[in-house]
Design a protein around this ligand. Structure first.
Ligand SMILES: [Zn+2]
Ligand SMILES: [Zn+2]
Length: 335
């Protein structure tokens, strides 16, 4: 890992990722049979028959890129009737609704870091969620300035909330209980779950968090966005499930070479150095999961989120190092 300037701005990088759907459009249809998503009915059926705590992947794509078949990053965990959302990329509200989990069940929201593919729909989830049943007192946890962001958003939408409250005789959403997390350690605890966080490596975003949820029957850990870190393996030690961000380097390289051929003014090495300073290649995801000794590894925050990359291609480099169960994340998949 390196702290030297890489000669490539975040803006360039994001502009680059924004062009990714063009590759998906060129992909042969036959390669897409595995599909990027479960149907809402599959998710509902899996939750209906579920015993114990369940994780639903609501969005499994990396980057703030609209228009793809996978949504930006978000998840919901359902335990004993209570719902806990982790990250709020665009699509979180729709896909939450598609699971059939009542909005009234939403107890807490956790944000890993302040990139748009993880937080852009935080405010809309609160407001639309409130219209659909989210209660005053809903909790939110994440890096600073989450308190300021929440206050500003609620102020911006006060009139909207008040109109709706007046019309439908509802109590306006005024109380979102925010706790900012800027260090490793315990985050919160209730009668169903104990939540802790660690700091991860995702320059220049500081702090960026990974979380672990210890439910009574199941432990679920999330890497967040990070370069490969032993600390993530330590945090996830013995967990039932590790959801880890996954970058398939050959496809990223192919993509950026294509962009350079089209005249994009970036240097190949600088671009790849930047990606490697911020994200975890597939092989390292396998190493980390093996070191952690988790039962199930979920590959998510897929980089690049191109439908033509088959499940087997995602799985193979990880399986060289990890001997447990490997799941290639799909939107609405219940784990
Ligand atoms: Zn991300
Ligand atoms: Zn990020």
């Amino acid at each position: 890992m390196t702290d030297k300037p890489l000669g490539l701005s975040r803006r360039h990088l994001l502009a680059g990722l924004a062009a990714t759907p063009a590759l998906a459009a060129a992909a042969p249809a036959a390669a897409q049979t595995a599909g990027p998503s479960w149907t809402p009915q599959q998710a509902k059926d899996a939750l209906k028959d579920a015993k114990g705590t369940k994780l639903v992947l609501l969005g499994t794509a990396a980057g703030p890129v609209p228009g793809r078949s996978r949504q930006m990053t978000s998840h919901v965990m359902l335990s004993d009737g209570a719902a806990y959302v982790l990250d709020c990329g665009m699509g979180v509200t729709d896909n939450y609704a598609r699971t059939g989990i009542p909005f009234k069940a939403l107890k807490s929201i956790f944000i890993t870091h302040h990139h748009a593919d993880h937080n852009i729909e935080y405010g809309p989830l609160l407001i639309v969620g409130w219209i659909q049943g989210v209660q005053n007192g809903v909790q939110a946890f994440g890096p600073p300035p989450l308190k300021q962001m929440t206050d500003d958003f609620m102020r911006a939408y006060k009139q909207t909330v008040d109109f709706w409250a007046e019309d439908f005789h509802m109590t306006p959403l005024t109380k979102v209980e925010v706790k900012e997390i800027s260090a490793a350690g315990p985050v919160t605890q209730d009668d169903k779950v104990k939540v802790s966080a660690i700091l991860v490596e995702h320059p220049p975003v500081k702090p960026a968090l990974a979380y672990r949820f210890d439910f009574k029957d199941r432990s679920i850990a999330f890497s967040g966005d990070t370069a490969p870190l032993h600390a993530v393996a330590e945090m996830a030690k013995g967990a039932d499930v590790l959801v880890h961000e996954t970058m398939y380097v050959p496809a990223v390289e192919k993509y950026i070479k294509g962009q350079i051929a089209l005249g994009r003014p970036v240097k190949f090495e600088a671009f790849m150095d930047h990606m490697k300073a911020d994200h975890t290649p597939s092989e390292d995801v396998g190493r980390i999961a093996q070191e952690a000794g988790v039962k199930t590894l979920v590959l998510s925050h897929l980089t690049p989120a191109i439908d033509s990359i088959t499940d087997e291609v995602w799985r193979a480099p990880v399986a060289k190092y990890f001997k447990g169960e490997i799941i290639v994340g799909k939107d609405l998949m219940v784990v």
